[in-house]
Design a protein around this ligand. Sequence first.
Ligand code: OGA
Ligand code: MN
Length: 288
Amino acid sequence: MTLTVTPIDGCIGARVTGLNLHEALSDATFAELHAAWMQHKVLVLPDQNISDDEHVAFATRFGELEIHHQKIIKDETNPAIFKVSNVDENNQVRPPSSDVMTQLLLTKIWHTDSSFREVPCMGSILRGLEVVDEGGQTCFTNMAAVLEGLPADLLAKIEGKRCRHDFAHLNRIGSKYVPTAEEKLAMPPIWQPMIRVHPVTGQKSLYISPIYNDAIEGMDDAEAKEVLDQLYEICSEPRFVYEHTWTQYDILMWDNRSTMHRILPYDPAARRVSHRTTIVGDGPVMAA
Ligand code: OGA
Ligand code: MN
């Protein structure tokens, strides 16, 4: 396989062609792909109509796979597959008011995956099986570039600070899904550094995940909210963002250590089905 890596205009993302994910990657191809991923943070792999098993095999090249702690979202036969889907087990579109959708639709807010874990994931690999005609784009923001672009006064407020990441915050901001006692116990709130060092590139980046963040060390609730809101606005500036319009069988892979993502609105009656694998990180978040 000969990879072609074409950077996307702007500060984040590249398209990779020349890959055939029905086949195992050679060590050399894998190394090339991994290097491109670390450099560009988000990779788009078009035209990869692979099975769940092939998806899992590909993702496993990068490391152990995370199993989501909630039952509702996992595939029953293949628990490493996280179903980012508005279609239920009877093949019907779930109404936006359903418990599962009130949670899944919170991905319209910037976040990075599994930041609520002691060891958050390193990356996610999402495969578009059914895509919508309008809207439903996935946006990515480059958190290393955001950190460099922060105004000095805002940077001074967060340097050396940690913020809290609580999976249960989803319920406070609109999720109606009621976790089981076991799910609640599995994910107590934790504190993560707000500026992290990337274990592979050494690059520093801002590390927040607004769907889970409910506090900043040393700040009262009002101040923490104000700081998080200011950071959120900066993360949304178009100069830091790539907006991906899906084509069926696209695969997107993103580095959760140096990016955030969110989804744009789409017609709730339209089917949107994606499958995700999530790669476990190599250790706790390293503070800058
Ligand atoms: C995710 C997610 C975005 C999307 O899979 O982690 O946030 O476009 N999904 O569905
Ligand atoms: Mn996500």
